[in-house]
Structures are given as structure tokens and as C-alpha cells.
Ligand binder design. Structure first.
Ligand SMILES: [Zn+2]
Length: 252
């Protein structure tokens, strides 16, 4: 079974807590049968964002064929935030953009101009934008969906598929918006069937948040997918095929 983890973290620490090293991260992937992972910085969400993007790029050199770095973007920086995304995406190793409106403390509508410009920049490079979703006040799934509505040419991914309170809304929003996809990272096994039925099987991808926690979270979140009694085709699409398709649109 091939697996791509579309939502993982690789960084030195979360505030004061050390995070798994790159070696431990790759060992966890091996243990759980994960072929590759989209990795995001954590510290870049609350301190030096360009420095964190550079550190992430250096870290993935350990296994560039398995670790796909996403650049953290900060729309509160205005034009400088957009330029930082353009700087990162000029390097073909970067495979996407990550924003975390909750941790970064911005409502997309509050900094609409730069948020839209960042999404347009990602679209021009053919890479997806992952937004943390599921936590008010800044990061409801409706706010992630708003960006998909504002920039229809961008591929927007709700990074937690509604997480808990917004799972129902996530399914409906992804059905409505052709460019909104859902990363199944956090909702319960019993909710996967609903998300696939509501949004369409091609809209749902697996993610774990591994790296923000140690390897058991990866095992548990794979279990949440395999416990959902999907058919073989749907299971392969969620664990691998949909992610592979979204990652293949990167312009050289
Ligand atoms: Zn995360």
C-alpha cells in the first residue's frame, strides 16, 4: 500500500518542546509504510519565517525524494510576505505553501490582498496551498473555503477537513468549490465516509500531523483511514492517488 502523508511537520521544536529529528521522522515513516510526506515548518509560524523556510529546505536534503517541503507564508507581512513565497517557490524543491491563520493570528479577510496574492503566486507555480482549518476565530473551514472562492485558479486544501466542529461544513464546501480539497487529518474514522460522499473521493487526501507529535500519531491516523471500510479504489485514492495528482502539477 503506497501512502503519501499530505500534512506533516519537520522542525527543531514547538515552542519549548523538541520535535522528532529528521532521522526519527524518516524512521517513523518507514515503520508505518509511508513513502513520502509533505512537510511544514512549525517555528516559521510564530517566529522568523524566511529562516524557517531555509532550515526546512536544508533538512529535506536528507531524503529529497521522500520529503516535500512547503513554504510557510505570512500574509500579515504584506508585500514582503508575498515576496518570501515567490522566493521559496523559485526553488523547484518547494512543493506547496502552508498558512496557519490560527497560530499566525490573521483572518484571511483581514489581510485579503496579500493572502490572495500568495495563493495566486502558488497557482502560478502549479503548487497547492494548505491552510490549517477547524479552529475559530481565524481558521474556520469557512475561512479556508473563502480563499478557494477568491482564487479559483489555486488549489486550496483545508488542512484538517474541518477537524471536529466543521467536518459537516467541510464536506459541503468541498462539494461546492471545485478547487477546495480536504486533508483527512484529525476527523474521526467514522467521518471519512461522509467526507468522501459529500466532497467526492477525488477531493479527500490523507494527512497525519506527524512531526508535531511522535510516530504513534502517524500510525493512529493511518488506522483511522483503514478502519473506515473503504473499497480498495477509494482507499488508494485517499492514501496516495489524490496527493500524487496534486503534487504532479508543479511547474518546473
Ligand atoms: Zn499541522
Amino acid at each position: 500500500m503506497n501512502i503519501i502523508d499530505f500534512h506533516a511537520h519537520l522542525d527543531d521544536r514547538w515552542l519549548g518542546t523538541p520535535l522528532p529529528s529528521c532521522t526519527a521522522f524518516l524512521a517513523g515513516m518507514d515503520m508505518c509504510g509511508v513513502q513520502s510526506a509533505c512537510v511544514f515548518s512549525v517555528m516559521g509560524l510564530y517566529e522568523d519565517c524566511p529562516g524557517a523556510n531555509d532550515r526546512l529546505l536544508a533538512a529535506v536534503q536528507a531524503a529529497p525524494e521522500r520529503l516535500y517541503p512547503f513554504a510557510v507564508a505570512d500574509p500579515k507581512q504584506g508585500a514582503a510576505g508575498v515576496e518570501e513565497v515567490a522566493r521559496c517557490l523559485a526553488n523547484p524543491l518547494f512543493r506547496g505553501v502552508k498558512m496557519h491563520p490560527w497560530l499566525q493570528a490573521f483572518a484571511p479577510a483581514m489581510v485579503k490582498e496579500s493572502t490572495v496574492a500568495i495563493a495566486r503566486c502558488a497557482a502560478s507555480h502549479g503548487v497547492p496551498v494548505v491552510l490549517h482549518d477547524g479552529t475559530p476565530p481565524y481558521a474556520t473551514t469557512f475561512q479556508a473555503a473563502a480563499l478557494a472562492r477568491w482564487v479559483p485558479e489555486a488549489t486550496i486544501i483545508a488542512g484538517h477537513a474541518g477537524l471536529s466542529d466543521y467536518v459537516h461544513a467541510a464536506g459541503r464546501l468541498a462539494r461546492e468549490l471545485a478547487n477546495l480539497h480536504l486533508c483527512f487529518c484529525g476527523p474521526k474514522a467514522g467521518e471519512l465516509g461522509y467526507l468522501i460522499e459529500a466532497a467526492g473521493v477525488e477531493k479527500v487526501l490523507f494527512g497525519s500531523d506527524f512531526g508535531a507529535a511522535t510516530w504513534p500519531i502517524l500510525a493512529e491516523r493511518i488506522d483511522a483511514v483503514t478502519a473506515a471500510s473503504l473499497g480498495a479504489e477509494a482507499l488508494a485514492a485517499v492514501l496516495y492517488g489524490n496527493a500524487a495528482r496534486l503534487l504532479a502539477t508543479r511547474c518546473p
